[in-house]
Design a protein around this ligand. Structure first.
Ligand code: SF4
Length: 482
């Protein structure tokens, strides 16, 4: 076992040099670990590698990794989890054989790293929102000091934001990980601090309380969402937090007064559907559905792209909840949008008949779409299908990936190029890759074929019959894969 000795918890340069050395030596992830500071001394049984200084490190054998990985690693290393260095080394190791790995967001390691990077970014965002400076004085005069306990080690990453915003103030942010000090000219970092090093209270406290009470909107109170946005862990350092219990308790009375006025509705049809189904129209970006029902409810409130605006509802997948086969189409059509069920229109009928002929029971499969809302343009009284843009497919991929994680199919059939883009995360020429079973990092096999609506559009009867036969043959191949 080789141990990479790191100088401190966020020693990205040290990790990078050690990881590069280990990978160059061909050491597998299970032959490597990383240890920080004092912990290293306890590893007497192991072969410890001390990374050279960055200047010496330039002579180490070079190899290239995607910039996306370097950026991701730079964030993940700030996460408080102990196994973050190992996760990053595993990704680095796998990049040798899988150079496009970082683009495969359905891969368990990539998804894990992205989730941690997201947590780090969220912690930085919370720090920007919840640092509260208190007034203090020293020999040079007025100075502002804040005590803050970030969820992850984001002090150095976030301090430049405060230097830009409060450029003319002398301030310090003290945290258990270290201190950031701005003297109106330079930003420096010091050792970890304790809460008692920051002033306890000042006159600004009253200002924060007044401000918060006046901006508090009881009609928008959702306690869960509020705690998601302002987690309780930060309350103890927020002057205004002491007001929250009382404001929440009074909110229902104040809300009653406010609901008298009718609300305006940008899309009456959508609002009606949501009301009828008892679906929630709020959406928290950080929400991760733990089952398909939760996912369905959350999709109704998704605002990741503009497609929701002109629809009746979002249409999620349907079928067996732990299906070995997932069938992915492009997007719901007119009838699907109205009913909330995927593949029930003309293309769905073509699909059903072809599945039948191939010996596959649709009831055993999970049928869904790459995009959950119906993209269309009005023409007279009709709503004409429009192909979703790449950005819309990418935005909606989040939901498709969530469905994949929950259903865990062994085989995925993509119908048409939009579905292939949604599943594989890259543009695909279906005609070139059709019929090839592509193995995904999570072990699923992906088979590309055409969309049944393509068959409907072929005018010539003979060509239509031939294409349909090919389509059924693709589905028969799926059956053998299963
Ligand atoms: S199409 Fe997808 S990403 Fe866009 S709003 Fe609907 S669910 Fe969200």
């Amino acid at each position: 076992m080789r141990v990479g000795a790191l100088a401190h918890e966020t020693d990205f340069e040290g990790w990078r040099l050690a990881a590069r050395q280990f990978r160059t030596e061909g050491l597998r992830p299970d032959q490597v670990r990383f240890a920080v500071g004092a912990e290293t001394a306890q590893n007497g049984l192991f072969d410890i590698y001390f990374p050279p200084t960055p200047v010496e490190g330039k002579s180490a054998q070079e190899f290239v990794v995607p910039k996306a990985f370097v950026d991701l690693a730079g964030s993940v290393i700030l996460h408080r989890s102990e196994d973050r260095f190992d996760l990053l080394y595993r990704l680095l190791w796998r990049l040798r054989e899988e150079p496009n790995l970082i683009r495969i967001v359905s891969d368990a390691d990539v998804a894990d790293a992205m989730e941690r990077a997201k947590n780090v970014s969220r912690a930085s965002h919370k720090m920007k929102a919840f640092v509260r400076f208190r007034q203090a004085f020293d020999n040079a005069g007025e100075r502002w000091v804040a005590w803050f306990e970030p969820a992850h080690r984001v002090l150095e990453m976030t301090a430049p934001f405060f230097a830009r915003r409060f450029a003319n103030m002398r301030w310090s942010i003290l945290t258990p990980d270290g201190a950031a000090v701005w003297d109106t000219d330079a930003l420096t970092f010091g050792p970890p601090a304790t809460r008692d090093m920051a002033p306890a209270e000042d006159e600004i406290e009253a200002f924060w309380k007044t401000y918060y009470a006046s901006t508090f909107n009881p009609a928008r109170l959702k306690t869960k969402t509020m705690q998601g946005e302002m987690p309780k862990r930060y309350w103890k350092n927020l002057p205004e937090a002491s007001l929250i219990p009382e404001l929440v308790a009074r909110s229902s009375v104040r809300t009653d007064d406010m609901v008298a006025a009718p609300a305006s509705t940008p899309n009456a049809r959508l609002d009606k559907t949501l009301a009828r189904m008892g679906r929630d129209a709020s959406f928290d970006e950080g929400f991760v559905p733990s089952n398909l029902d939760e996912l369905d409810r959350a999709v109704q409130a998704c605002r990741r792209c503009p497609l929701w605006r002109d629809t009746t509802q979002g249409v999620c997948g349907a079928g067996a909840r732990k299906a070995p086969l997932m069938i992915v189409g492009e997007q719901p059509g007119d009838q699907e949008d109205l009913s909330g069920q995927p593949f029930i229109g003309p293309a769905g009928q073509v699909l059903d008949a072809a599945l039948d002929e191939a010996g596959i029971d649709r009831g055993d499969a999970f049928v869904t779409n790459a995009v959950k809302h119906f993209k269309h343009e009005p023409r007279g009284k009709r709503r004409i299908h429009k192909t979703p843009a790449v950005s819309e497919v990418s935005a909606c991929r989040w939901w498709l990936d969530a469905e994949r994680r929950l259903v865990k199919p062994k085989v995925i059939v993509t119908l048409g190029s939009t579905a292939a883009l949604g599943v594989l995360g890259r543009k695909v020429a279906v005609t070139k890759e059709r019929g090839v079973a592509l193995t995904q990092p999570d072990g699923a096999r992906v088979l590309l074929t055409v969309h049944p609506s393509y068959l409907l559009r072929i005018p010539d009867a003979a060509s239509k019959a031939a294409e349909r036969e090919r389509f059924v043959a693709d589905l028969k191949r799926v059956r053998t894969l299963l």
